[in-house]
Each structure stands twice: as structure tokens, then as C-alpha cells.
Design a protein around this ligand. Structure first.
Ligand code: ATP
Ligand code: MG
Length: 328
């Protein structure tokens, strides 16, 4: 039986994650894909695990990431940003023969997005357990796992190793399932079950909650997941804010802040990183939800997925000057 407990405090060791680093290049106009010449803006530092860990660092949390970039400007752009913001970049390998990952993104009029990705066959897809990665994992107090990282070649075994090493020394695990229905067959389902069995903090959004639980309806899904031993579930509700569920604190709801959404990418990662970091620093779930809602909302007001990561100073100012919707 895995021991599940409250999140390991900061003093126990850094928060780490493992997964893709890439640049994002965005179309400046709304429309249908990339089959004509058009104006673009970027490169912006990106990759869900990279955004997450940058947000931890901006809040003063000790943290690091295991990943790989190419020996090119896209890689340098990312590593320099993460290092500047305080992330331990010692376990980011620089691979001379592979390009840094990239994503071209264009919004359609209905809000859907067209992508051109180069991730699986980029440096990120060649991430391995290096000596530097071992050293970082050995002193980590918490591992954050993104469900989407399992789709990247080579990442799953490193993630699973990191989870068992950190758990064995009494550390904790958070899991953002980012599940897509299409990935729920066979191996995807098994990986999900394995992760749920070791998760201390689960961070689903929307339908991921019922997909993770395998049960329709919010209340039943939450009860079933808490019964498995997950100590905290924090549900992201986009413009509707967020909710916390645990056996110790019951249900808590926090309204979203009212902002103009410029670029929604990265909100969930900033939210999760902020919630986790606040809890590891000893904040109450109420206080952590409020800061996390502020971090998610502030992120969507900036173009570029990592451009809107926030310090506590920025979050306090944002909270003091931004209206929030009436409670759910
Ligand atoms: P992503 O789209 O990055 O995968 P997600 O679906 O995991 O994100 P969301 O619920 O979209 O997560 O966003 C996380 C949090 O950020 C929300 O709970 C909310 O607090 C805040 N947030 C996101 N979008 C908005 C918005 N348009 N206005 C205000 N707050 C927002
Ligand atoms: Mg969303």
C-alpha cells in the first residue's frame, strides 16, 4: 500500500517535473491553419512542464526540470528564461544533433486551434535519465506529473522512476491528468491507474475528473477518488474558478477573477504550480486556491504561454486590483 499524506513541505526538497520544453510560435491572425504565408509572433518559451516549473520558481519555490533541448537558439531561449527565473536547469540536456521542440499555433474563429508540432522527434523526445537527472531526482521533495508527458518518447520511465524514488523517501506527488479520451485505451488507462495510485494532489479540469474516476457526475467521481487515498483534489473550472475537495477540509469553492482573455495557453499550468507551491509553503487550501485562481487569470491576459507567470508581489497586486465573480 502506498502511503498518501499531505504535501511534503518545502524544507523536504525541491519540486521537480519531467517533460517537454519547446518554443511556441503563434499566428497573429485568426483563421484556418498555415497553408498560406502569414505573419507570426514568437518564439515564446513553452511546454506544459516548463511553464509549470517556471511558475514554481517565480513564487520562490526551489525547483528543477528534467528535459532536453537542442544546441540552438530555441533551446537557449528556454534555458535562459528558466534559469533567470530561478529553475535548476542542471538536468536539461543539450543535445547537439536534435532541434529544440516547437509548436506553431493558430486560432480559428470558433476558438479551436490548429497546431503544427515538432515534439516527439525533437530533443524533448530524446530525454534520457542522465547523471544530472539522477542527482536532481535524488534530492527532490515533490514530483509533478503531466499526463501529456506520457505521450513523449522516453519520458514515462523517467517519470515513474522519479515518482517511486521521491515517494520512497517520503516526498509527495501531484498529477495533472490532461487526459484526452482518445488516449484512454490500453496503455493510457493503465498509466492513469498507476498514477492515481500514488497521487497526493490531483489537478483535473473539466471532464478529466469523471474520466479519471471512471464515474459520471462530479460528486461521485470526487468521492471515489478520495476513497482511493488521494488527499486533495483541486478542480479547475476555467472562467468559473476552482474547487478543492479533501476529507479534512471538505469542499471549498473560489470564484475566478474577471479578466480579458488574450491567450488561454498555460493557465492550468500556472494555476497548478501556484496551488502546489502555496500548499508546500504551508498556506491553507482557501489561500492557495485564491492565489492559484489569480495566477491562472493573470496568465491568460498575456500573449505567450510563459509570459504571464507571476511572483507573489504580482499576485498580491493583481488580487487587490481585479474584480472576482461572485462565489459559485
Ligand atoms: P489549460 O487550458 O492550460 O489546459 P486547464 O484546462 O487545465 O488549462 P483552466 O480551468 O482553463 O485549466 O484554467 C485554470 C485556472 O485559471 C482556472 O481555474 C481559473 O482560476 C483561471 N482561469 C483560466 N481561464 C480564465 C479566464 N478566462 N478568466 C479568469 N480566470 C481564468
Ligand atoms: Mg482550459
Amino acid at each position: 500500500m502506498n502511503s498518501r499524506h499531505t504535501l511534503a513541505p518545502e524544507s523536504f526538497g525541491p519540486t521537480i517535473t519531467i517533460g517537454e520544453i519547446l518554443v511556441e510560435i503563434m499566428a497573429t491572425t485568426v483563421g484556418d491553419g498555415f497553408r498560406e504565408a502569414q505573419s507570426l509572433i514568437g518564439p515564446f518559451p513553452s511546454g506544459a512542464p516548463a511553464i509549470f516549473i517556471d511558475q514554481v520558481a517565480r513564487l520562490g519555490g526551489a525547483c528543477g526540470i528534467v528535459s532536453a533541448v537542442g544546441d540552438d537558439d530555441f533551446g537557449r531561449l528556454n534555458v535562459e528564461r528558466l534559469e533567470r527565473d530561478g529553475v535548476d536547469v542542471s538536468a536539461i540536456a543539450v543535445l547537439p544533433d536534435m532541434p529544440t521542440g516547437s509548436a506553431f499555433v493558430r486560432y480559428r474563429p470558433d476558438g479551436a486551434r490548429d497546431f503544427v508540432f515538432n515534439i516527439a522527434k525533437s530533443a524533448s523526445g530524446c530525454t534520457t535519465m542522465t547523471e544530472a537527472a539522477r542527482v536532481l531526482i535524488a534530492r527532490a521533495g515533490h514530483v509533478h506529473v503531466m499526463g501529456s508527458a506520457f505521450a513523449i518518447p522516453g519520458i514515462a520511465p523517467i517519470l515513474l522512476d522519479a515518482v517511486s524514488i521521491v515517494k520512497a523517501r517520503g516526498g509527495s506527488v501531484s498529477f495533472d491528468p490532461n487526459i484526452r479520451k482518445e488516449l484512454m485505451g490500453g496503455e493510457g488507462k493503465r498509466q492513469l491507474e498507476d498514477m492515481l495510485a500514488v497521487t497526493d494532489l490531483l489537478l483535473p479540469s473539466g471532464e478529466e475528473l469523471s474520466l479519471a474516476a471512471g464515474i459520471d457526475g462530479e460528486a461521485g467521481a470526487i468521492d471515489s477518488l478520495l476513497s482511493r487515498g488521494i488527499s486533495e483534489i483541486v478542480l479547475k473550472r476555467g472562467r468559473e474558478g476552482s474547487s478543492h475537495y479533501s476529507r479534512t477540509h471538505g469542499a471549498l469553492h473560489a470564484p475566478a477573477f474577471t479578466v480579458e482573455e488574450i491567450d488561454p495557453t498555460g493557465a492550468g499550468d500556472c494555476f497548478g504550480a501556484t496551488y502546489l507551491t502555496c500548499r508546500r509553503k504551508g498556506h491553507s487550501p482557501e489561500q492557495a486556491l485564491r492565489y492559484a485562481n489569480a495566477a491562472g487569470a493573470r496568465n491568460v491576459t498575456k500573449q505567450g504561454p510563459m509570459e504571464g507567470t507571476s511572483s507573489f508581489f504580482e499576485l498580491d497586486h493583481f488580487i487587490a486590483t481585479t474584480r472576482s465573480e461572485v462565489s459559485l
